[in-house]
Design a protein around this ligand. Sequence first.
Ligand code: 13P
Ligand code: SF4
Length: 367
Amino acid sequence: MNILASLQTNQMIPEKYKQMSREELEARVFEVKNKLGSRLFIPGHHYQKDEVIQFADATGDSLKLAQVSAENTDAEFIVFCGVHFMAETADILTSEKQKVFLPDMRAGCSMADMADIQQTERAWEMLQGIFGDTILPLTYVNSTAAIKSFVGANGGATVTSSNAETMVKWAFDQKERILFLPDQHLGRNTAADLGIGLDEMAIWNPISHTLEYEGVVSRIKVILWKGHCSVHENFTVKNVIDIRYQYPDMKIIVHPECRREVVELADMAGSTSYIINAIETAEPGSKWAIGTEMNLVKRLIKNHPEQQILSLNPHMCPCLTMNRIDLPHLVWSLDTLEDENNQNIIKVSDEIAENAKVALEKMLLHS
Ligand code: 13P
Ligand code: SF4
């Protein structure tokens, strides 16, 4: 569901939750967690606010949260502290008797909204016309369940930023070319790291419905969907130049959702978990400029006073949709788990879930 559609169906949080103090809200979360025990499971993505992540039963990047959701067969109520596509993934990977809730239905992802299923089917038809049956579709998990289902139905798989390289290699064992949805930057960075030239990559523009490339069409190996993360696109070459000038001995580490030019100039690039691991295992006193979401950067600064850490972009903001999940919404969600007309349940239709699960399971098998 895109952000507009979710706004239309969104049931507003009752005023009383906004009036409660932080202490009251926290006490209520403890109370519900104690009462429900293992019937309740709260996964939390690393980009969530501290006020929320403190209550997560498992924290992780997209890959880890997909894995822990698939492994948890006990919890009746899964309250997903992350964004819509992550909750959909959890629903697809869990059983019928488990219910997945998103505390605020407005917590979408602008990148996932950049590829809809109609655009994708149209693109596929045209690309098949140009390249014949030589393309395998891969989708970043940051996509709708319908896109995952399309990919699964066409022999492909999902990827996350932790396993993109493995999955792209796997895809090239199946077919000559890949269509990579919906993040052009993760697709380009991964393919380039595997030695594929920029002249062997084309961009599919879903708005003009055209293939953008230079050179000879038959040389194209990777077709990148023209989507991006509105958070990570905000890291620029100028940010890198400024840091190099001000702190010549500072290491720059970025997420592969950043533009190619930024990744090329950085010292290191990797998923959210890779970045956390690099900071946790670094020598005390080392200096880091991090190019990723701000809630995580702030947490790393707080948890690692032994390092000097700052954001690669000094004017960076948190991901606005991740930030929709706050303590009042978490409490509201916990208070209404058993309500008959609960509007915050994430339920992917069986028709879509079937092939989406095929795509997700291929990824989990190779991770
Ligand atoms: P990872 O969790 O795979 O690092 O992805 C980052 C992200 O943007 C999640 O929305
Ligand atoms: Fe989507 Fe980017 Fe926010 Fe992740 S950080 S949820 S990709 S907008």
